[in-house]
Design a protein around this ligand. Structure first.
Ligand SMILES: *[C@@H]1O[C@H](CO)[C@@H](O)[C@H](O)[C@H]1NC(C)=O
Ligand SMILES: *[C@@H]1O[C@H](CO)[C@@H](O)[C@H](O)[C@H]1NC(C)=O
Length: 446
């Protein structure tokens, strides 16, 4: 009995302390106006989704543990929902901006997202997660800087550039959405963009002899990309908030949703160089370029655009395997990343997820462990919170591939709070599959 009381008292103390710390962390207030606007990324006029008049949207700059308060006004004629790719939402899933946990903002209304970038550093991005709106824009970069005094495992670069790259369709997002809804496949993309621009549409200016950080995210819809800079090598330093072993690469594969930071030293003769992005694992290869411009250069880009890998899979896998955590480097806190002893964690459960692309009722669908998800009329989070029966039941999807025929279901898999889960992904399709484990922290085991 007395032990019980002591425990309660301690818990209360910890809560008060945790609350106090939270209150001391700075708040950053942002106001976003989401509108339509004409954009011409591939030379033809399209209706884009702009944030504060910009395509891509404004960059969010934050420092570890900042509280972000983002008041989003939706001036579109359709609901709008924005997700924070790579940001952990700790017991905060209703701020995560995915359908089911967070309601879209109705046209003409506003909603304020409030979340803390607790114990995070690194490069991320945000994007609209609803109604295929990502095909019209609405995405932008997120940089979470280290707090002052926390060591960063490389010298401070002379500049910090964001590259949001990805495939792009000239077709408007309503038509793309209708194609999918009618059970057909997406067409092949029309091109690639770098920061919302086409061929040579964007220039990064550097001084000879200095070193710059480039944060590259693949913000596309369907295609893996390869990134390279003519005549320059890249030292990989960070992948989505983890400092890596600092390997040097001449080109990097970046799959959908991934964000990489590289250091590039302007160590070549003063002139302009191509920054190249090309599609990966596609038989027709899409390519686009931006310009690395040396200050005082009077010589424009020249020579052939450097070619990269195209359909080869083995080199991509071996490159992915070469990317490793530097366990002795600091992370968001001064202690080394390795001090968490992640390698010694005992997992309590294994989940095996196999993706498939079945036809159900004559329509192209996508399924996990034979279940193709159907969103319920009542959002899952509300059904859960208000305990509304009949919307979903836990365990409506198996934790392992069943091999059975695919079917439609509002599937929900249960997990225990604070559980460490091992997730194994299986892809028996002949296309690359990207998974987004939304709002969670996870690390690759093999
Ligand atoms: C909408 O914006 C107003 C004005 O800034 C603000 O007071 C209000 O809290 C916002 N509403 C929501 C739901 O975020
Ligand atoms: C890992 O980080 C530490 C601390 O910054 C650094 O001294 C070491 O060189 C790094 N190791 C590699 C292989 O990048």
């Amino acid at each position: 009995m007395r032990e019980g009381r002591v425990l309660c008292f301690l818990t209360a103390l910890v809560l008060v302390a945790a609350h106090g710390v939270n209150g001391e962390d700075p708040y950053r207030f942002l106001t976003w106006k989401v509108t339509y606007g004409d954009i011409y990324p591939l030379g033809v006029k399209q209706q884009g989704i702009l944030i504060n008049g910009q395509f891509p949207g404004p960059q969010i700059d934050a420092v570890t543990n900042d509280n972000l308060v983002i008041n989003v006004f939706n001036y579109l004629r359709e609901p709008f929902l924005v997700s924070w790719n790579g940001i952990q939402q700790r017991r905060n899933s209703w701020q995560d901006g995915v359908y089911g946990t967070n309601c879209p903002i109705r046209p003409g209304k506003n909603f304020t997202y409030i979340f803390q970038v607790k114990d995070q550093i690194g490069s991320y991005f945000y994007f609209p997660s609803f109604g295929f709106q990502k095909a019209a824009g609405g995405f932008g970069g997120i940089r979470i800087w280290s707090r002052p005094g926390i060591p960063v495992p490389f010298p401070s670069p002379a500049g910090d550039f964001t590259i949001l790259a990805g495939d792009w369709f000239k077709t408007n997002q309503y038509i793309l959405r209708r194609l999918l809804d009618s059970g057909r496949n997406l067409p092949f993309p029309d091109g690639l963009l770098i920061n919302g621009r086409g061929w040579n549409g964007y220039t990064f200016t550097v001084d000879q002899g200095k070193t710059y950080r480039f944060r590259i995210s693949n913000v596309g819809l369907t295609t893996s990309i390869n990134f390279r800079i003519q005549g320059h090598s890249m030292k990989l330093v960070e992948v989505e908030g983890s400092h890596t072993l600092q390997n040097t690469y001449t080109s990097l594969d970046i799959h959908l949703g991934q964000s990489y930071s590289v250091l590039v030293t302007a160590d070549q003769p003063v002139q302009d160089y191509y920054i190249v992005v090309s599609s990966r694992f596609t038989t027709r290869v899409l390519t686009t370029t931006a310009i690395l411009h040396y200050s005082y250069s009077s010589k424009g880009v020249s020579g052939p655009v450097p070619i990269g890998p195209t359909t080869q899979i083995a080199s991509s896998l071996s490159q992915a395997r070469s990317i490793r955590w530097n366990l002795t480097a600091s992370g968001p806190r001064p202690n080394p990343q390795g001090s968490y002893h992640y390698g010694l964690i005992k997992t309590s459960r294994t989940i095996m997820l196999a993706n498939s692309a079945p036809y159900i009722n004559g329509k192209q669908r996508y399924a996990v462990n034979s279940v193709s998800f159907v969103p319920p009329d009542t959002p899952l989070k509300l059904a859960d919170y208000f305990q509304i029966p009949g919307v979903f039941s836990v365990g409506t999807i198996s934790s392992f591939p069943t091999g059975g025929n695919a079917y439609l279901q509002t599937s929900v898999m249960g997990a225990n709070f604070r559980e460490y889960v091992e997730i194994v992904f299986q892809n028996w399709e002949d296309t690359v599959q990207s998974w987004h484990i939304d709002g969670y922290s996870f690390f690759v085991m093999g």
